[in-house]
Design a protein around this ligand. Structure first.
Ligand code: IZC
Ligand code: ZN
Length: 424
């Protein structure tokens, strides 16, 4: 570093989890190699990280002025802002009745087949105004930001008609303009069969292909298209038709794959070069192999298995096969009403035998890869956007360990302190 760099924000003294790697998703043995700088410094200028390292290597090289904001992170952990790459953020109403029914033994798919489940959220979402959806979305993003999450993927899928699907995506667009969490918008019109098309499934697929997808593209309301590929919902063939059209229109693809049944969603993701294949509770060995031969990021959602009381995805098999696993909350009003990504990290350790090092890669750099944003977010490296979370413990291994506790004291988004409540 020849010239001294003027610094706007300096975070010093913490255990810095950089999660830095090459520009490829992290897999295999690399998942165990979590890069750390103890008592590290992170220096930011504007919205960019300009220096990361130990006090010894950086002292004297940085232009620290009266204007420089300094955060003393001594005894705390500094991580990249967490990335939640699978949520259903925008929905009307809530489904606590189903939660207690499931707790008494009712099955998620049986509730859906009886006209509850997603259909119940669709009725509630159709009724709510855009302003109401924005308001509840704002509250939920506040929960996430408080827990150190700085980027969130959000799906539509509670409209299943043109007007309400657009309304949900519009809510995401408005929220992006008014609050700091970066949002990644996904169209999930293929989430369930709307009542209007109960007896005409192909008609609904045609409607999505010919009417809704082109309109979403025209209005630039989504970056990704997702399908709930599941028995009783969208078959692999129906999904393939929707994805083909989406690809033609220039959307990138993600999929709800092999969640309740082994249907071949993972294989479809590999075949079509999707960005991610999500859930995978019931993925087959061939599915894992197909993913291994592709660039698809498998996103695991263990809080859903926890909430549905289902067997967990075979994470160890996937990790040991060298897949670049990511983790997400799946925050939604039905199968997984938690917005707590730290809790997901704990469940991943406890019930999927993931190591803390694997888990940190999974909620930072690999999640960023799945959203096509790894050049900008997901690790603490010079040149990247200054998205950071600071936790009130002195070692990263204590973060999944204190499960369910929000340890976050400070959140930085694009170089600005957006949450700060000092030391907890
Ligand atoms: O509302 O139940 N699995 N989609 C697919 C969901 C769960 C969300 C919901
Ligand atoms: Zn989902």
């Amino acid at each position: 570093m020849g010239n001294r760099v003027p610094i706007d924000l300096l975070i010093r003294g913490g255990q810095v989890v950089t999660a830095a790697h090459s520009s490829y998703p992290v897999r295999g043995r690399q998942m165990q190699e979590l890069h750390i700088v103890d008592q590290g410094w992170v220096a930011c200028q504007g919205e960019t990280i300009v220096a990361v390292g130990s006090k010894e290597t950086l002292q004297g090289k940085l232009d620290i002025t009266d204007q420089t904001q300094i955060i003393d992170a001594t005894g705390q952990v500094v991580t990249p802002g967490l990335v939640d790459p699978h949520t259903h953020l925008i929905f009307g109403g809530s489904r606590e009745d189903e939660f207690y029914l499931r707790a008494q033994g009712a099955d998620y798919m049986a509730i859906m087949e009886a006209g509850g489940g997603i259909a119940s959220s669709v009725r509630a979402t159709r009724k709510e105004s855009l302003a109401e959806l924005v308001q509840s979305g704002r509250q939920r993003l506040g929960w996430m930001l408080n827990m150190g999450v700085t980027t969130v993927e959000c799906k539509s899928g509670y409209g299943l008609d043109l007007e309400t699907e657009l309304k949900q995506l519009e809510a995401v667009r408005i929220l992006q303009q008014e609050q700091p969490v970066e949002l990644v918008s996904t169209f999930l019109g293929a989430h369930a069969w709307p009542d209007e098309y109960k007896d005409d499934q192909e008609g609904y697929v045609d409607f999505l292909i010919h009417t809704v997808l082109p309109r979403v593209k025209e209005e630039d309301l989504a970056e990704y298209v997702d399908v709930f590929t599941e028995k009783g919902v969208f078959s692999v063939e129906q999904s393939r038709r929707i994805f083909q059209k989406a690809k033609e229109l220039g959307f990138k693809l993600r999929i709800h794959a092999d969640e309740m049944n082994t249907l071949g969603g993972a294989e479809l993701a590999a075949e079509m070069g999707m960005s991610s294949a999500d859930h995978l509770l019931m993925v087959s060995d061939q599915g894992i192999q197909a993913l291994g031969e592709s660039d698809v990021i498998p996103i695991l959602l263990p809080a859903t298995a926890f909430s549905l009381r289902k067997p967990y995805a075979p994470a160890r098999k996937m990790l040991d096969a060298g897949l670049p696993v990511a983790l997400a909350t799946d925050f939604n009003p039905g199968s997984c009403p938690t917005a707590n990504l730290s809790l997901v990290m704990s469940i991943a350790c406890l019930y999927m035998a993931m190591t803390p090092e694997e888990v940190f890669h999974a909620v930072t750099i690999n999640a960023a890869h799945s959203l096509g944003r790894s050049d900008r977010i997901g690790s603490i490296e010079v040149g990247k956007q200054a998205d950071l979370a600071i936790f009130a413990v002195d070692h990263y291994k204590k973060i999944p360990y204190f499960f369910g506790v929000n340890l976050v004291t400070t959140v930085v988004k694009q170089g600005k302190i957006v949450r700060s409540d000092g030391k907890r």
